[in-house]
Write a protein that binds this ligand. Structure first.
Ligand SMILES: Nc1ncnc2c1ncn2[C@@H]1O[C@H](COP(=O)(O)OP(=O)(O)OP(=O)(O)O)[C@@H](O)[C@H]1O
Ligand SMILES: [Mg+2]
Length: 434
């Protein structure tokens, strides 16, 4: 413990020093005869308790005390006034200025010991509280960092899980559909080529029938049979069947083609859900894949317009960018559906190049995003959807993918006619970002 004793009288100083030394032999004692030096001594030493004389010629003790208390970091230092004054007014001034206690001169040992014990107790308690406060602050900071790490880990786990479960589902479905689709497609192609041949044979039969009908001496029994054949053809609408069959086969083959494309898309997603591989990609192809995936979600409620543009290949992770476009599209579809509007909604997507950046613009004509929501939509777990409907991760994952993994940018504004407009910026570069 370090004491600072302030008194203009040298004899008094030494008396107090002697008393202190006899009571607390291990303590440090600093003596100050000039009150004008008190503040500088406080700032250059770690003082625990100040013993302060009141009547001094250069500056009185109450003024010194006022100076000490005007500096907030000295507020916790107990100050004991040493005084021969006994009038109430002086005591009041001392306490008003921030004194903790006083000791009357000439000093009585029992009083000196008691006042000092109380002051030391205060000081020790103060030091302990300060230490505890410091520890709590450090622990709070540790907890804050830990919490941030946990949130980060949780965010990435959920992201991985989300991608992986989409990937697994997609891979499973794609596999199941792929095989039957393969033989349906090949059977349809076979049917189409058989049908062409059947048509050729039927045409030959028709030509032959026409010739026979023109033969003047054709026996009546044969003419009757031939008429019966023509009648059967008419009743069964053969010409109609032939035209329809051709169109039906063509449409079925188109359908199979579409399913095959969807399977391919799902497979791309399944693969890219697991790896973060970067490769040169056409953004328009990625957009089309995402559109195909949301088709069923959107077809009864809105139209999605995609304007293809001549663009260079963009070096990016196909799966991750697909995931971002998908998240934004699903949000827009959900926002439009939630309006329960009478007419159909509309989403417009376009890609363009501005200097060294590729921009994907996804604009919807839904309700738009209020300012206070817009500030927070990229925060993890922020959602305005009902419990169980949204995890609030779609856009924060997208932000992470675009900003951290692709060194691009993602922003959102409300269009002049309402609706939200997301803009994704990706650098046009030849190599994977660092
Ligand atoms: N096109 C949009 N129109 C209106 N609001 C939108 C649109 N896109 C995003 N939002 C708002 O941003 C919020 C955050 O979107 P985000 O995709 O991160 O989470 P979510 O859709 O709520 O849940 P999750 O995507 O995890 O299922 C949404 O809850 C919604 O309020
Ligand atoms: Mg979402």
């Amino acid at each position: 413990m370090t004491f600072l004793v302030v008194d203009d009288d040298r004899l008094n100083l030494h008396l107090v020093e002697k008393l202190l030394r006899s009571q607390y032999p291990s303590c440090r004692i600093l003596l100050c005869q000039n009150p004008l030096e008190v503040l500088s001594m406080l700032s250059s030493n770690d003082i625990d308790i100040v013993l302060l004389d009141i009547v001094m010629p250069q500056q009185n003790g109450i003024e010194v005390l006022t100076d000490i208390r005007s500096i907030s970091r000295y507020n916790d230092i107990p100050v004991i006034m040493l005084t021969s004054l006994t009038d109430t007014e002086s005591f009041r001034s001392c306490f008003n200025a921030g004194a903790n206690d006083y000791v009357l001169k000439p000093i009585q040992l029992f009083e000196f010991k008691a006042r000092l014990r109380a002051a030391m107790q205060i000081r020790n308690n103060m030091t302990q509280i300060q230490e505890m406060y410091r520890q709590v602050t450090v622990q709070n900071e540790d907890l804050r960092l830990l919490n941030a790490k946990l949130k980060d880990a949780q965010f990435h786990m959920v992201q991985q899980e989300k991608l992986a479960s989409i990937g697994e589902l997609a891979a499973g479905i794609a596999h199941e559909i792929n095989n039957p689709m393969g033989f349906v497609g090949s059977n349809l192609s076979t049917l189409q080529s058989f049908f062409t041949k059947i048509k050729q044979v039927l045409a030959a039969h028709e030509t032959c029938m026409d010739l026979l009908f023109q033969t003047p001496d054709l026996p009546e029994s044969i003419r009757t049979r031939m008429n019966a054949v023509r009648e059967t053809e008419r009743v069964n609408k053969l010409p109609f069947i032939l035209t329809e069959l051709e169109a039906t086969l063509r449409e079925s083959l188109d359908g199979v083609d579409r399913v095959t494309k969807i399977i391919q898309t799902l497979r791309n997603f399944a693969r890219s859900g697991h790896d973060d591989e970067f490769s040169p990609c056409q953004l328009d192809d990625i957009i089309e894949e995402a559109m195909m995936i949301v088709r069923n979600e959107s077809k009864y409620h809105l139209d999605i317009f995609h304007e293809r543009n001549e663009m260079p290949d963009i070096f990016c992770s196909r799966g991750q960018i697909g995931q971002v476009v998908l998240n934004i599209l699903i949000n827009a579809i959900q926002a439009i559906k939630a309006q329960n509007r009478v007419g159909r909604g509309r989403i417009c997507i376009s890609v363009s190049q501005v200097r060294q950046d590729a921009l994907i613009e996804i604009r919807d004509d839904g309700p738009g995003i209020p300012e206070e929501v817009r500030m927070r939509i990229f925060d993890p777990f922020y959602t305005t959807k009902e419990v169980g409907q949204g995890t609030g991760l779609g856009l924060s994952i997208s932000h992470d993918i675009i900003v951290n993994k692709h060194h691009g940018g993602i922003s959102v504004t409300n269009g002049p006619e309402g609706g939200a407009c997301f803009i994704i910026r990706l650098p046009v570069q030849k190599e994977e970002p660092e």
